[in-house]
Design a protein around this ligand. Structure first.
Ligand code: NDP
Ligand code: 2IT
Length: 445
């Protein structure tokens, strides 16, 4: 990181002690920004860096609920409204026991730049809870969501802050959250949440969008060196929303998806993943990857070791932060990986990213590669605002156009800063300058 950025970074460390994921996310962006600040003295004059690191508003609240045995449970809820220079705060809610302020802030910070890259009018925010939906009944999840929304409703709105899903939050949870919002406010305000069900205001392709978009991004990167996914081995981590639809699009483009995982281990299926079986297990039964092995001859479950040890051409980390380490990156390079596109948020450690970039692997950082999800959320908001509903084909075409333009804008920005092919610099600089210019135009607010 250049010297001129050090004081602002030191302030981030001082103000946000112990929030290591947040520090990591800020450092990663700052490391790209030296030349931008040299070229644009107005950013320093307006203290854009210092302002952009401080969320506009942070809400932390108690979420009391009653489990199926009658016991009172307490969780902590968060919403960090990070930056609204480009539009209403926009970003998902994560329900996972590891959630604390540092996770929500890292995700919210990334979201600012990701959302700017989409070219659509959305600011950045993130929220969630340390609630663990795993093993909870539908009734428990509903009561939790109702309690969560009973506080959250006063902070959100279609012009203010528009949450969506993330880890542990899918259409079921969005339904319970929307139902409670509607009940409290007595308004059918569809645009207040995205990722809604298709029969009540949701958009076609939103469920598929993050995974599809990540694969389209990988395809665009491969296209720059005259290659494609066709006939390639593809490794995917995770088996949730992003992983499943990354696998679907990779298969549609001729790739052979050979892995997926959850927190209990990873599966290798050399014949190519049976997606209808995986969807049945994960989306309908809410089962574990071991259920797949039991029903799929030839597939094997590996409980220790790393999914990135499996030789592959294209790696798509789609589970969680810091899941792809330096040792994993080394192994991927040794096995001849061509491209890595991050479906998850910050899944590669900084050391892994450095190693992949140095090795000349095509590397698509999350804020560019996984922006298709939030972009399609913005398309859902457009449909809600115009009381319209678009076809699958039209919406998917819009998503594809957006992913190509994100890819091309990252490359053009990398060229402008004399680092051709560097998608990390391209994404960080392009996202930052979009937001910084808007912040300056809006004055000191
Ligand atoms: P899901 O909850 O649908 O799936 C998460 C998957 O990752 C599960 O297979 C889960 O396994 C695994 N996982 C989660 N945490 C861990 C962990 N600590 N260790 C090992 N495995 C873990 O979430 P999504 O698919 O929606 O999200 C995946 C990633 O993509 C996240 O980083 C999210 O922020 C990012 N993302 C999501 C978008 C979206 O639209 N949903 C948009 C852009 C990014 P298990 O069930 O065992 O926990
Ligand atoms: O990380 C992300 O971009 C998301 N979880 C999706 C956010 C959204 O508002 O659709």
């Amino acid at each position: 990181m250049e010297d001129r950025l050090q004081p602002a970074f030191a302030e981030v460390l001082r103000r946000n002690p112990g929030e290591v994921e947040f520090h990591q996310a800020v450092r990663e962006v700052f490391e790209s920004l030296g030349p931008v600040l040299r070229k644009n003295p107005q950013y320093a004059e307006a203290a854009v860096l210092e302002r952009i690191c401080e969320p506009e508003r942070q809400i932390i609240f108690r979420v009391p609920w009653v489990d199926d045995t009658g016991r009172v449970r307490i969780n902590r809820g968060f919403r960090v409204e990070y930056n609204s220079a480009l539009g209403p705060f926009k970003g998902g809610l994560r329900f996972h026991p590891s959630v604390y302020l540092g996770i929500v802030k890292f995700l919210g910070f990334e979201q600012i730049f990701k959302n700017a890259l989409t070219g659509l009018p959305i600011g950045g925010g993130k929220g969630g809870s340390d609630f663990d939906p795993r093993g909870r009944s539908d009734g428990e999840v509903m009561r939790f969501c109702q309690s969560f929304m009973t506080e959250l409703y006063r902070h959100i709105g279609e012009y203010t802050d528009v949450p969506a899903g993330d880890i542990g939050v899918g259409a079921r949870e969005i339904g319970y959250l929307f139902g409670q919002y509607k009940r409290i406010t007595n308004r059918y305000e569809s645009g207040v949440l995205t990722g809604k069900g298709l029969t009540w205001g949701g958009s076609l392709v939103r469920k598929e969008a993050t995974g599809y978009g990540s694969v389209l991004f990988a395809q665009s990167m491969l296209g720059t060196v005259g290659e494609s996914l066709d006939g390639r081995r593809v490794s995917i981590s995770g088996s949730g929303n992003v992983a499943i639809y990354a696998a679907e699009k990779a298969q549609q483009l001729g790739g052979r998806v050979v892995t997926f995982s959850d927190s209990s281990g990873y599966v290798v299926d050399e014949a190519g993943v049976d997606l209808s079986l995986l969807k049945e297990i994960k989306e309908v039964e809410r089962g574990r990857v071991s259920d797949y092995i039991a029903r799929r001859p030839g597939a094997r479950l590996v409980k220790d070791g790393s999914i990135w040890d499996v030789p592959t051409d294209v790696a798509l980390p789609c589970a969680t932060q810091n899941e792809l380490t330096e040792a994993d990156a080394k192994q991927l390079v040794a096995n001849g990986v061509r491209a890595v596109a991050e479906g998850a948020n910050m899944p590669s450690t900084p050391e892994a990213v450095a190693l992949l970039r140095e090795a000349g692997v095509l590397f698509g950082p999350g804020k560019a590669a996984n922006a298709g999800g939030v972009a399609t959320s913005a398309l859902e908001m457009q449909q809600n605002a115009s009381r319209d509903s678009w076809s699958f084909g039209h919406t998917e075409d819009r998503l594809a156009e957006i992913m190509v333009s994100i890819h091309d804008n990252c490359l053009a920005t990398a060229d402008e800063y004399d680092v051709p092919g560097d998608y990390v610099v391209g994404a960080n600089v392009r996202g930052f300058t979009q937001v910084a210019d808007a912040m300056i135009a809006l004055g000191v607010v």
